[in-house]
Design a protein around this ligand. Structure first.
Ligand code: ASP
Ligand code: MG
Length: 411
């Protein structure tokens, strides 16, 4: 007998039939003698609908009240699933986040989980019940309802698995696992049998949307065994297991995946005085405006000036350019500011990079052979990212996928 936490995303509970499917899957696990806790999202589209309603009341909805509204989607699906389970003879009980006592901080719309009271869940499980918990929500010390940020049900699932010391946390979604890259761009992309937490973290932060980043961080920190599976296949197979590097003997490819992000914008300040404090003077006001900066490059100075480039999300491009032109350039005396909001980022990710040399040069040669100009480069121990012109994005992903042997089954 194992204790399994299963999290189902919005498309998996998108209509009554799908909720009944989830009930049947849960029933199967119960028949095998396992204890099951289910964590649910709202029906797909529901959270967006609730946000839109809130915006009809207030252009910038009050964050506390917004959480009161957007946490309701999950309350509907958990009640419905508990009914569907009872209807097929499986005893079940549903709880909202506050009912469980998922305690969070008070950062409305992006709260962090502080603690989970697991006692009631354990006693329900011991009484033979399936426990169905609303994802995405909790409450703060003062009893206010909070939510965990978009996609936050993943984090609820992992956090509950950690609190209960579950044997496995299964994330059921509309894909059957984590892929070497987006199959819509590279049809030869294949499902990974396993991927390490660190790689998954890089893939998630680089735009692979399978899991909320915070849930991966959480799973890594509390050593939760995580598996991504399809909720649409009768036999979902083994999906992708997210492992720790040391136990990952299954797949030893040097590169595990190619991640990419279309929504980049690149900004360069030309002729910046090369002296202490300049980076701070440029990026301080950008940070004050709450704009996330990704890659940063400063060149070696020549005759007292240098060039300074960085990337931001494309949605922040206009605002960032404004800040630079109006506040920063006149202040520090740069020669010119130029921007390009048609940039894209492509990254190769793999823990194998730690023990293999020549990955970067292979990546750069491959791009060169296709005539793709690299505009910026950044690296970490297990990742190399380049910024390129958006129009070459698909081509770059395809050729890199091929050259790093991800096209074939090489497990
Ligand atoms: N329903 C919430 C959202 O759409 C949480 C989740 O589905 O994970 O972001
Ligand atoms: Mg999701």
């Amino acid at each position: 007998m194992a204790l399994i936490v299963q999290k189902y995303g919005g498309t998996s509970v998108g209509n009554p039939d799908r909720i009944k499917n989830v009930a049947r899957r849960v029933a199967k696990f119960r028949e095998q003698g396992h204890q099951v806790v289910v964590v649910l999202s709202a029906m797909s589209g529901e959270t967006n609908r609730l946000i839109a309603l809130a915006k009809e009341m207030q252009a910038q909805p009050d964050p506390r009240e917004l959480d009161v509204v957007i946490s309701t989607g999950e309350q509907v699906t958990i009640g419905l699933l508990a009914m569907a389970l009872k209807d097929i003879g499986v005893d079940a009980v549903s709880y909202t986040g506050p009912q469980v006592k998922i305690l969070t901080d008070s950062a409305f719309t992006k709260a962090r989980i502080v603690s989970i009271d697991e006692e009631n869940i354990h006693s329900d499980l011991d009484n033979g019940k399936v426990v169905v918990v609303a994802g995405f929500q909790g409450m703060d010390e003062d009893g206010n309802i909070t939510t965990l940020g978009r996609g936050g049900s993943d984090t609820t699932g992992v956090a509950i698995a950690a609190a209960l010391r579950a044997d496995e946390c299964q994330i059921y979604t509309d894909v059957d696992g984590v892929y070497t890259t987006d199959p819509r761009v590279v049809p030869e992309a294949r499902r990974l049998k396993s991927i390490t937490f660190e790689e998954m973290l890089e893939m998630a932060s680089l735009g692979s949307k399978v899991l909320q980043i915070r849930s991966v961080e959480f799973a890594g920190k509390y050593k939760v065994k995580l598996r991504v599976l399809s909720s649409f296949m009768d036999e979902p197979g083994e999906g992708t297991l997210i492992t720790f590097e040391d136990d990952d003997k299954m797949e030893q490819a040097v590169i595990s995946g190619i991640a990419f992000n279309r929504d980049e914008a690149k900004i360069t300040l030309l002729g910046v005085p090369d002296k202490p404090g300049i980076a701070y003077q440029i990026l301080g006001p950008v940070a004050d405006a709450n704009i996330d900066v990704d890659m940063i490059i400063q060149n070696v100075g020549e005759v007292g000036t240098t060039d300074f480039s960085f990337t931001v999300h494309r949605n922040e491009f206009a605002r960032t350019m404004d800040i630079l032109k109006n506040q920063i350039v006149p202040h520090i005396g740069a020669r010119e500011v130029v921007g390009d909001n048609k940039a894209a980022k492509v990254s190769v990710v793999g823990v194998g990079m730690r023990s293999h040399v020549g990955i970067a040069s292979k990546m750069f040669r491959t791009l060169a052979e296709e005539g793709i100009n690299i505009q910026m480069i950044s690296t970490s121990e297990i990742k190399i990212s380049v910024v390129i012109d958006e129009k070459y994005l698909e081509l770059a992903v395809r050729v890199l996928h091929k050259v790093f042997d991800l096209d074939q089954e090489n497990a």
